[in-house]
Design a protein around this ligand. Sequence first.
Ligand SMILES: Cc1ncc(COP(=O)(O)O)c(C=O)c1O
Length: 373
Amino acid sequence: MVPERVYAAMSKPVVGHLDAYFFQVAEDVRNLLQTVFGTENAFTMAISGTGSAGMEAAVANFVEPGAKFAVLANGFFCDRISEMGKRYGGDLVRLEKPWGEAFSDQEAADFIRAQKPQVVGFVQAETSTGVFQASKAICDAAHEAGALVIADTVTSLGGMPVQIDANGIDIAYSCSQKGLSCPPGLAPITLSPRALEWLRARTTPRRTWYLDLKLLDEYYDGAHRYHHTAPISMFYGLREALVAIAEEGVENRWARHCRNHLALVAGFEAMGLRMLVAEGVRLWTLNTPRVPEGVDDLKVRKRLLAEHDIEVLGGFGPLAGKVFRVGLMGPLSSEDNVTMLLDAFEACLRAEGYQPPASGREAAQAFYAAQSQ
Ligand SMILES: Cc1ncc(COP(=O)(O)O)c(C=O)c1O
């Protein structure tokens, strides 16, 4: 959901891609992104393109041909980053986990110590499953092994603490259209000083031109040398979205996402829906209740859209037909939306023959009431 003020900012007159005003906007975006990323990294910018462009920039710049690339694989986007690693010539090794589970610190560290890779990749917020992957142990083990760490923060940035510096993440990318509440089109990215030093010292040719971070750095920073024509209106929109986050306060925003997620889960559980993901490793931005036995999830979702104007996604891959995927991010993450969704969900489940044992709305309201005491 995109706030009105972001649409308004995007409708402002466009300046040239080498205009001093544009570079001022890009500089504001950098400063504001540092706060949501939780980093002091000087190399923090927004790349033209969606989240996958951020992913590809990370892989293309840091996975050299022949380099061992170790991926912690527990969902769809772990497969995408693996595929990119292979295409850029990396020697891919994977530690697998069933979709819906997180890696323990020990499992991740043992794998990294045994493999001794040059680069480690993992997805902090796996949108296909609703799992949050803790980052610190992965980064500690990777640094011990001399590896750089790439983290996918597409579904965490702006909705949950990403904490780049506290975790020691070297390279992180995200998107504009999820927790930042902007239209799709820009991919925030940040590099630690260590990653930047490595990039500057890289001697093997980089196979990407459009996503070459050294060239992009010369465009946005330093010499402001023309590289490509930046999507100016998207930068206006992203800056406004980030200003709105700064006004709310990033920690208040995380707390809001956490509170509404917990209320929604209380509602689902009261209705007899079990969560796919264990407590403690659930995303606050994307919730995955299991589809009750005997219910066709597609029918429920179609009904939700047709009768209540609410779009909920389904599971795919090994989770097809097994979970709902309910996004709760940005302005959507509110008490009113949680109770409205639970009412609509209950009505649609009943219409499809499932009888919830208790009211989801009442459970969510009891949760909110307990919080405010
Ligand atoms: C975890 C994760 N990584 C990467 C992507 C790719 O982002 P995009 O679709 O913006 O290219 C997505 C998209 O949903 C995602 O959820």
